[in-house]
Structures are given as C-alpha cells and as structure tokens.
Design a protein around this ligand. Sequence first.
Ligand code: GLN
Length: 491
Amino acid sequence: MSALTDLTIAEARDLLAKGETSSKELTEAHIGAMEAARSLNAFITETPEKALQMAEASDKRRKAGEAGVLEGLPIGMKDLFCTEGVLTTAASHILDGFHPPYESTVSENMWNAGAVLLGKTNLDEFAMGSSNMTSHYGGVESPWRRSGDNRPLVPGGSSGGSAAAVAARCALGATGTDTGGSIRQPAAFCGIVGLKPTYGRCSRWGIVAFASSLDQAGPMTRTVRDSAIMLRAMAGYDPKDSTSVNVPVPDYEKALTGNIKGMKVGIPKEYRVEGMSEEIDQLWLKGIKWLEEAGAEVVEISLPHTRYALPTYYIIAPAEASSNLARYDGVRYGLREEGKTLDAMYEATRGRGFGAEVQRRILIGTYVLSAGYYDAYYNKARKVRSLIAGDFAKAYEKVDVILTPTAPSAAFSMGEKMDDPIAMYLLDVFTVPASLAGLPGISIPAGLSTDGLPLGLQLLGKAFDEETLIRAAGVLEEAAGFKATPAFLAV
Ligand code: GLN
C-alpha cells in the first residue's frame, strides 16, 4: 500500500490543490493497487488507459485554474451506471458486449467535477443480492478476514465490488446504488462509509434499472467527509429523470460542524429483532451513548409497521424488476441466443442470459402483478408501503435522525446462505424500511465483532435533509474512532 492510496478524498484533494501531487501520480498509484488486488475480483472492467488520459486532462485543467470538486480524484464506478463507450454489464450475461452510446447523469456529473474513472466495479447481477455472489463475473472477495481464519468472506451486496475496492485502497471512493440496502450493507461489511441519499436526490437516468421507485445512487468512501464531498458532485436535478427533485444541492461538507447539541435522535424499539447478534445490540447501545455524550437527546420511537417492511419490499422490488427487465429480449441489447421462432429466441436468450436469482425475481414479480393476484399482493404491498412511510413521518415530528444497526450480522463466508434466499433477504431488515419510505441513510463503521470483522451503525434522516444526517454521522464516526484495516492490506 503506497501512501497515496491511503489518502482520503479530502486529503488527496488538499494535496492536489497545494501542488504536492498530481492526478497522474495519484491515478498511477491506484492503478497499481487495482492490479495488485485482482484476486478480490472487485472490478469487472479496469480502464487504466482511460484513467491516465482523464488524469492528464485533469492536471491540465488544474494548471488552467479550473478545478472541480472531484478534480483529479480516481474513483470506481459500479457497473450499473452506463458509461459511454465503456462496457456496462450490470454483472449479467444478458448484457454481454453492451457499450452504451450515452453516459449516466451521475457519472457525467462526476466527470464534470473532474473525477477519474479507474474501472467498473463488480456487483450482484442487476443489483439483486446482499453478498455479491450472484455476479455472472464471479463473486467478490472481501479484503477482510476473521481473526485467525483465512476463509474468504463476502463483501456484502449488491455494491460489493465498490465496497471491496474502497476498503482495499484500490480507489479513493466509488459509486453504489441502493434499492433496499446495497450501499449501506456492503459498506458495513467492509468497514467503510456508505450513503444512500433521499430518493430523487441523484438522477437515475442511465443507471440500469432494478426497481425504479426505490433505486438511488450514492457514495461509498472511507470517511463521512469524503461521502459529503462525493455526494455534492453526484447529486442534482435532472430533467431526464421524472422522479429527480428540483431542490438546491448544498455543500454537504459544511454540515460537518461536529456540533449535535440538542439534536434529537430516535431509537426505534421495533428494530430489536429476533436473531440479531448480541454484539450488534451492544454496539447499538454504544452508539446511543456516543451521541448522548456529544449532547444529543435520545428519544425512544415506534415504527410499528417495521415487521412488514421485508415482505413488502420483496413484492414491490421484484414487481418493478419484472417489468424493467422485460426489455432484455435478445433484440435490443447484449446477448442473443438463436431460436426457430421469435418466442424460442426470447426463451433461449432470457433463459441463458439471466442467472438464478434474477429469474426468481422475475417469476415472483410476474406472479404478484398477474390478474387475480395484483390486488392481493402488489396493491396490498403498496398500501403497507405508505403505512411504513407514515411511521417515519410521525417519528420525524419528534426526532431529527434515527439510529439503528446497519445489518443484523457481520460478513459471512463466500458460498454461505446461497441456497437459502430467505436468509439472504433477512440481511436487509434494517435497511429496507427507509428505502420504502425514500429516506436518506448512512452506514458508519463503528466497531469490530469478536472475530475481528467490521460492524456498521446506520443513521436515517428526513427527506432531503442529508445535511443533518451527515452532521450526526460525522460525530458518530469521530466517537467510534474506527481505525482497523482489512487483512488484505497487511499482506
Ligand atoms: N439485498 C436487496 C435485494 O436483493 C437490496 C439490493 C439493492 O439494494 N440493490 O433486493
């Protein structure tokens, strides 16, 4: 690990501004780290040549006095964001050879802010999963190990490649997308920060769609400040996305005042779920204490419909996915298998192009949307979804943020839970409710499990109040003082 790859985004930015390093130098160091970490399989596509060109162009801009907020900083892009001319796969066989003729708004915003693309990071196929094991390009290995145990672990998912790349110092930061927890849960498993903004804060245009009423892009970084910096560049109104909201994008870094005196922090009693490990409960109590000691007022709240969140999510998300994924027909994108008739061609293409988890979701989604079941499942789920959103609205009359664990367990071994989809779905128990309500959330590395793995605490905020969320997260991060680094870096 060279000193350059160990910098935070804020530190690298400041060194660049002082002329003490160049984007070229930073980018070269990260390309080296990315190559040295190939065994993790964090990237589906590496773009070192493009990265060096972008870095050189950035250094020129800086000389001309035109530095953007991410000027010269090398980052990873989840392979769900369309990048013009660069292979975009969504980790699916069905998108074989797809080179988008357009750029997603979020990635475009980041290039306009000066960022440098290192490559496209691995993920669960179509972002469906919590382990990054469903990728057509193979699973991602976490850079972490349990103490005294060398068995490979999952990085979490679906943004597992981004989380592993950032934790292993292959990139200063990376983008993720979060439909039900895919930014926050892998961030927790890999000991980094992951921020899911309010639905509508970042444009979805050009991001391969999974569940359109839930999908939201956000930053994955090693510090809260870095997420604040990255989010500012990613966010913004986009007329090309009808659900993008036209509100100003603040300078989120300014929210990091360190002062949360009088802030009201809600602790939802329904989040003390069965099966949650004792050490996560203990960490949650510590988190409450840290915020209290910093002057916050802790309030018990109730989110009574929490227990319906997972079943609701696993109806709505597959329903939307089944509709979104109908477009992969062998005609317009990627893979095409031959068949004697049009139907046979569709069947062969979709049968071979989609993996098992994606097919499961399409089947569930088609079922809950079919005549006769639509009202019983899909419409019912939509009603429960508004009750869940209503719970949060009520809680936010009394509190400014909500503190919970991010996930009910630490990372698990590669291959574990693969034959038990329900066990996999349960990992989203703390992240899914806020997704259904469209609210922002952030995971902060807050401690280690007894066997040495990172554990995250989650803060949830009010819609479009990422600033308060970031302020509280900064205080929590400071108090937790998480300094552990993955075993991979020690080799
Ligand atoms: N694990 C959840 C799922 O499989 C969330 C995925 C996501 O947020 N993209 O649907």
